[in-house]
Design a protein around this ligand. Structure first.
Ligand code: HEC
Ligand code: HEC
Ligand code: HEC
Ligand code: HEC
Length: 191
């Protein structure tokens, strides 16, 4: 009897780490204005915000307010696309306190509640344990996979065009917008 209890206890303990690793913490979105504070000037992290602000992604919510959007939505029995989860799912950062910002930094880099404060000082490796996606460390193939969450063909997306990485990525590329000061610091740290 005792031996059997012991056995099940050992089994439970042995399985625990596997469960813990599977459990992903859900972080909340904070909105792009929080990133703007540091990512819109070379005096701080760089000018990534400015590149994003001029991209189609920053207007993705506004697109749902147009007649074009309403026409398309009608075909699916959707009255107001700007209020319907079936359209919002690709046009807005999920759970954002500021949905009007559309597809934001967090749509690609991950909801930032966890990494917002620590990532500046502690860098990418620590940030990744707090919900940031390690995009920069990923191959272009894997980066493109992240885009395909929304750029895949979908019956609800009447405006779908074939996603070509070589054509689409340059239009949103902000990897050269990092400030000289940050680049200097990384060089000094041998990163
Ligand atoms: C208080 C200032 C500050 C805020 C706010 C801030 N960042 Fe940063 N961020 C930085 C600095 C500084 C770096 C450069 C860190 C380094 O490499 O030393 C950085 C680096 C990054 C990187 C690159 C990580 C790497 O090492 O490749 C990403 C991605 C990023 N931030 C995303 C965001 C997002 C998304 C937000 C908003 C949700 C945000 N940041 C808000 C200061 C900030
Ligand atoms: C959360 C969903 C989502 C993700 C992830 C996403 N996109 Fe988009 N993207 C959109 C939406 C929605 C639009 C349409 C915006 C509009 O005009 O209303 C768009 C538009 C674009 C456009 C403009 C297309 C045109 O016809 O001018 C480019 C370029 C683009 N995305 C590149 C990318 C790349 C590269 C990635 C990955 C690194 C990516 N997107 C990831 C949702 C997303
Ligand atoms: C699976 C993700 C996804 C869903 C769901 C989705 N869209 Fe889109 N939508 C996109 C992407 C990505 C683009 C950019 C087109 C491209 O380059 O492929 C886009 C483009 C658009 C555009 C064109 C913007 C422009 O003027 O260039 C409108 C309007 C639009 N979508 C409305 C809607 C409506 C209305 C719905 C709901 C019925 C919807 N979308 C559902 C991903 C999606
Ligand atoms: C459509 C997806 C997408 C959006 C939206 C987006 N990023 Fe990125 N970001 C990427 C990808 C992909 C990379 C990696 C590029 C590379 O290979 O260097 C990247 C790289 C970065 C880097 C690293 C630059 C470096 O020093 O190498 C920073 C910082 C950053 N993004 C900040 C932001 C901020 C801030 C926003 C919003 C204002 C934002 N990103 C919006 C996809 C996105």
């Amino acid at each position: 009897m005792i031996a059997r209890h012991l056995l099940s206890l050992i089994l439970v303990v042995a399985l625990m780490p596997a469960f813990a690793a599977d459990e992903k913490k859900e972080y909340k979105a904070v909105g792009a204005k929080k990133c703007k504070i540091c990512h819109s000037t070379d005096k701080k992290a760089g000018t990534h915000f400015k590149v994003w602000e001029e991209s189609a992604h920053a207007k993705a919510f506004q697109s749902l307010l147009t007649d074009k959007a309403k026409e398309a939505a009608k075909k699916h029995g959707i009255e107001d696309p700007s209020k319907d989860e079936r359209c919002l799912s690709c046009h807005v950062m999920k759970g954002s306190p500021t949905p009007e910002e559309g597809v934001t930094c967090e749509s690609c880099h991950g909801a930032a509640e966890g990494y917002l404060k620590p990532h500046e000082k502690e860098g990418l490796e620590v940030a990744v344990t707090l919900g940031m996606k390690p995009l920069k460390k990923m191959s272009p193939e894997d980066q493109a996979k992240a885009c395909m969450e929304c750029h895949k063909a979908d019956p609800l997306n009447e405006f779908h065009k074939e996603f070509k990485w070589e054509e689409y990525f340059p239009k949103i590329d902000h990897s050269k917008a990092t400030s000289p000061a940050v680049l200097e610091k990384r060089k000094a740290e041998g990163k």
